[in-house]
Design a protein around this ligand. Structure first.
Ligand SMILES: [Fe+2]
Length: 233
């Protein structure tokens, strides 16, 4: 089996989309682009893993038009503008997230977080995971119902703008982590398994201020446990 074959789909998508585009008179590396005049890395908005109306009525097409088409796109555009002429210009997205601070970090992490969030949902999602991930959840919280209660409490109580994550800790156990603004488990020892965006822009069109209803809907109808299980490994 080749190395690429073991990568999760979302990660493979990122790698393909954020590969360097290089032109020069010298040897061309993988991903070389014949029209690029320098070694800059241009980040692009990754394609959604489904159509913009695929999660309706739980998340409307209008929400995707704003949340994906405008917010996510803006983070990509801002990132490309901010890294021009800096040490981050030729780094891949994950390296930028891990090495940057301030505006570069905020935009790079938000690009990564949103791409991860889209894959954390699917049409006909919800339910509960089986296998090793289901076992780990039961070991941590005793039951899937208790996990849902804890995840909901954490996401609803995540003050202001942020993200609530299910993560795998270095010891193999699972946990729920809240982050604020653009903060992401990518800069920690934890591995992200699943996330919900609890910035108001994620739910205001469809749920107004009712974050608890949005979190409930995410768990009951949208959560992509196959994605989480692949990340759990
Ligand atoms: Fe968002």
């Amino acid at each position: 089996m080749g190395q690429v074959a073991v990568l999760p789909g979302w990660m493979l998508s990122l790698l393909l989309r954020f590969r360097p585009r290089i032109k020069g008179s010298g040897p061309r590396g993988d991903g070389a682009h014949p029209n690029q005049k320098d070694n800059t890395m241009e980040h692009t908005l990754p394609a959604l893993p489904y159509a913009m109306d695929a999660l309706a009525p739980h998340i409307s097409k209008e929400t995707f038009e704003y949340h994906y088409g405008k917010h996510h796109q803006a983070y990509v555009t801002n990132l490309n503008n901010l890294i021009k002429g800096t040490e981050f210009e030729n780094l891949g997205l994950e390296d930028i997230v891990k090495k940057s601070l301030g505006g570069v970090f905020n935009n790079a992490a938000q690009v990564w977080n949103h791409t991860f969030f889209w894959s954390s949902m699917k049409a006909g999602g919800g339910g509960e995971p089986g296998g090793a991930l289901g076992d780990a959840i039961n070991r941590k919280w005793g039951s899937f119902a208790a996990f849902k209660e804890a995840f909901t409490k954490s996401a609803v109580g995540n003050f202001g703008s942020g993200w609530t994550w299910l993560v795998k800790k270095p010891d193999g156990s699972v946990d729920i982590v809240n982050t604020s603004n653009a903060a992401t488990p990518l800069t920690t020892a934890d591995r992200a398994l699943l996330t919900i965006d609890v910035w108001e822009h994620a739910y205001y069109i469809d749920y107004r201020n009712a974050r608890p209803k949005f979190v409930e809907t995410f768990l009951n109808h949208l959560a992509n446990w196959e994605f989480a299980a692949k990340n759990f490994g």
